[in-house]
Design a protein around this ligand. Structure first.
Ligand code: IMP
Length: 451
């Protein structure tokens, strides 16, 4: 069977915790979208591993597959594999022949376009990894795929077609000086070598066939979504989105497994007990603000809101893993979650960071929005309308801070926190499978097991 893990908010919900928790029972862990924009930390055998591309399950000795829906930077791929090997592991990583390759010019163009967009208010605050430009080339039918790296003739043909276009774009449209990132010969040499290594290590797979065979053999598969529903290219807050489908549908198109297979399994929505966001765009339940990310932020939000935001940010460690920049934070946004539950078809939810809110007298949730004088229960389809939504808050009594390492069962969770969790579960019509109660992966109350 398959278990699909999907972020229900804006990314950084703590998907890794759930992947880790149930990963021991899994045979194959598959990523179905995104690339090295994903940053996750895995703790195994007391050692911490930081990965951004390789599926985290490989740390536990599972087969890790990068599905055809992923965009793969081979430099990152091998850097991560080599680091794992240096630490004594023997990672088994497979890459879909149909997955697209991130080339150096994609990263350069990602940076330039963000700079240009930031002159208005369109910048998505991308991770700068070339994700968007690579998916653009995929849709534009000018991309280079993993399978192409294995065939030097095809690789050269593809590069000779696309690189001059990219060079002209960079030089003539954006007016920058180009270097080796835009040089066919240099790229050919480097990427041919990557292809040789992929072939030598027998990493390339026809993803759909490979996975279908594993399912037929009775293997347990975990589909590991990156990012979150509200930054899905189709169902998120366009244009402040990533360029792929983190939602459940992406688990089908991004692997080659049919909806009938994925739909027979579990779909676990990962929910952070409050809202956090990296990047620009509206955020109706936001508390306080962050300069450069919160639209029109001038630091004049009410002091008590800023204080609450700082409390949540510090308790929850809401600072970018790579950049260290503060994340925007806010109360839980129920219209956003109802939208996620509908799009993804959650069979259960895993709620994380419940301990972060402990000690507050009052915990609020954005229960609904008011848009044009009407109450709405889910997100509107355009980001402009979303920006006009005002959150209608519901208030819950806060819960006390306890020694969360002692919290092992549902009954151990403070009563007011259980009331909050029951409300979320009932609104989303999905049972709570796990509750994250502390920074350590062991601080998780497990109410049910998907396998
Ligand atoms: P990109 O994925 O680098 O193109 O960035 C597009 C948007 O998605 C930006 O707002 C990023 O901050 C956001 N984003 C990308 N990856 C993640 C993630 O793993 N967590 C949270 N936000 C992300």
């Amino acid at each position: 069977m398959t278990v699909t893990i999907v972020g229900s908010q804006l990314g950084d919900e703590g998907k890794g915790r759930v992947v880790d928790l149930f990963g021991g029972d899994v045979d194959v862990v598959v990523r179905y979208q995104g690339g090295d924009n994903a940053g996750h930390t895995v703790v195994h055998g007391g050692t911490e591993y930081k990965l951004s591309l390789v599926p985290s399950g490989v740390v536990r000795g599972k087969v890790g597959v990068l599905g055809n829906g992923c965009v793969v930077n081979p430099a990152t791929l091998f850097e991560e594999i080599d680091k794992l090997r240096d630490r004594g592991l023997d990672p088994d990583v497979r890459v879909a022949e149909r997955a697209h390759v991130i080339l150096p010019y994609h990263r350069v163009l990602d940076g330039i376009e963000e700079d240009v967009k930031s002159e208005g208010d369109l910048a998505a605050g991308t991770t700068g990894r070339g994700i968007g430009p690579t998916y653009e080339d995929k849709a534009g039918r000018r991309g280079v795929r993993i399978g192409d790296l294995l065939d030097p003739e095809i690789l050269r043909e593809r590069l000779e077609y696309v690189v001059p276009q990219k060079k002209a774009l960079a030089e003539d449209v954006f007016g920058i000086e180009t270097d080796e990132a835009f040089d066919v010969d240099a790229l050919f040499e480097q990427y041919r070598e990557f292809g040789e290594r992929i072939a030598d290590e027998n990493m390339a797979v026809d993803c759909g066939t490979f996975l279908a065979e594993r399912v037929a053999e009775g293997d347990e598969l975990m589909m590991e979504g990156a990012q979150g529903t509200s930054i899905d290219i189709d169902h998120g807050i366009y244009p402040y989105v990533t360029s792929s489908n983190p939602t459940t549908g992406g688990a089908c198109t991004g692997t080659g497994l049919p909806p009938t297979t994925v739909g027979q399994g579990e779909v676990i929505g990962i929910v952070k007990a409050y809202t956090s966001r990296v990047g620009t765009g509206p955020l109706p339940t936001e508390l306080g603000g962050v300069e450069g990310q919160t639209p029109d932020y001038e630091g004049d939000q009410p002091a008590d809101e800023e204080e609450l935001a700082t409390f949540i940010r510090d308790e929850g460690g809401e600072y970018g893993t790579v950049t260290g920049r503060p994340r925007r934070v806010g109360w839980l946004d129920m219209p956003m979650l109802r939208h996620a539950a509908r799009v993804n078809g959650f069979t259960a939810i895993a709620v994380n960071h419940v301990d972060v809110l402990a000690g507050l007298d009052e915990v609020k949730v954005g229960h609904s929005y008011t848009l044009n004088g009407e109450e709405i229960m889910t997100m509107p389809a355009t980001t402009e309308k979303w920006g006009e939504c005002e959150a209608n808050f519901r208030s819950f009594d806060g819960w006390e801070d306890v020694d969360w390492t002692d919290v092992e069962t549902w009954e151990d969770i403070p009563e007011n926190a259980r009331t909050y969790l029951d409300y979320v579960s009932e609104q989303l019509d999905a049972p709570v499978m796990t509750v994250g109660c502390g920074p350590d992966r062991n601080d998780t109350v497990v109410l049910d097991d998907p396998f």
